[in-house]
Design a protein around this ligand. Structure first.
Ligand SMILES: [Ca+2]
Length: 171
């Protein structure tokens, strides 16, 4: 029994040490003047969907906000070579709470534009760049947060990048 307590204590200490290391290594606050700061979440390009080379249908990443803020905006870009489905777009959340639909950021459907793809089921994918900007003030907390993007339909392949949080810091 005493041995078991000893192991628990050791694991607990390791957990705290890891958490501290994780927090300090993930806190990438970049001051950009004017009371705004950009916190990078994931700059790299990722591919979700069910085609070869995809990373599956869910991407999650933690981010640390280490300052009080009055406003927060979550931004990212859908990028080439292929974009999301309009009718069942990817679902974005922070800390498990829906961050709002990305649908309003699609351009108007224009089937004469080669970037618009019409699927056999009549739905549409937009294979061009889409910039997404979602209000996140009520979703983000000071401390560790989780960004998540998940397919609206499993067979929708798309690429995204430049995930970041812009916060207006309090004076
Ligand atoms: Ca697609």
């Amino acid at each position: 029994m005493s041995n078991r307590i000893g192991q628990t204590g050791l694991l607990g200490s390791m957990g705290i040490a890891f958490a501290l290391f994780f927090a300090s290594s993930c806190s990438g606050l970049t001051e950009s003047g004017g009371g705004d700061a950009t916190i990078p979440i994931e700059a790299a390009v990722h591919h979700l969907g069910n085609d070869a080379g995809s990373e599956g249908v869910v991407f999650e990443k933690e981010l640390v906000v280490d300052t009080e803020f009055s406003r927060a905006i979550l931004e990212f870009d859908f990028v080439l070579p292929a974009g999301p489905n309009l009718e069942s777009p990817p679902i974005v959340s922070i800390n498990g709470v829906d961050a709002g639909s990305v649908q309003p950021f699609f351009p108007p459907v224009d089937t004469s534009d080669p970037r618009w793809q019409t699927n056999p089921d009549g739905s549409h994918d937009y294979n061009g760049v889409i910039h997404v900007s979602l209000p996140a003030t009520q979703l983000v907390v000071v401390g560790t947060n989780t960004f998540r993007i998940e397919n609206g339909r499993f067979d929708d392949d798309y690429w995204f990048a430049n995930v970041r949080l812009t916060v207006e810091t309090q004076p």
